[in-house]
Design a protein around this ligand. Sequence first.
Ligand code: PAF
Length: 266
Amino acid sequence: MKIFKSKHKLKKAIQNQKSLSFVPTMGGLHKGHVSLIKRSKKFKEKVIVSIFVNPTQFNQKKDFINYPRNLKKDLSILKKLKVDFLFIPNKRDMFTFRPKKSVYLNNFSKKLCGSFRKGHFEGVLNIVNRFLEIIKPKRIFLGAKDFQQLTLIKKHIIKKKINTKIVSCKTIREKNGIACSSRNDLLSQDEIKKASKIYKILSNEKKKPSINLKAVKEKIIKIGVKNIDYLEIYNVNTLKKSNKLNKNTKLFIAYHLKDVRIIDNI
Ligand code: PAF
């Protein structure tokens, strides 16, 4: 695995690579990232992973500071997976150039997490746009757990006619049901139990013929959740809010366990 900390050196090394598979990350790697990388390897193209905790997508400084970082563990995971290139840029390399394409931010960015995390999706799109310009990958691999992020990146790529295909990868869950996330490292055993209970409630509700969101929220609050940012149903094709669960809709949730914000879609 070749590691690059400089954008210029990376660009030089990959300039003749016509088809790169790109897995962007903020480190704190877990089973979800491993599954993205394993999927990317199936395309028999060179795989490039980035690790960059992007400050512009954190709407709270405390969240940025507390974000789990473990480069030593990340390196050992990536080496084992035989990733070809690892890009660990610094802030200056990422932000001191003017990208050729501007960011397209679809209105869906204002819904769900967008209305609770001001500037978050602008920050995500800004950095992903920059990575796409530097790396010019054939494919980018993103997890469906971050459905809104995935959708907005897809919309940007289409609108800006960027020559990169999105490969959407299914959410990976722990045995107890909770979706893998770097932030899970910040949860205590007790909080993990609570998150698992919430997952079970939501997956049960999904099987029922009808759902009363208010009643489900009350059940979740009783478990000991600090607060629920949202619990809503969205049609994943039209991106419109719905009040029925069917094959085109999903339940979207964001809630806080102590200081940790958890999102999921089921
Ligand atoms: O999903 C993430 O880890 C980040 O939002 C991403 C896509 C790497 C951009 O910083």
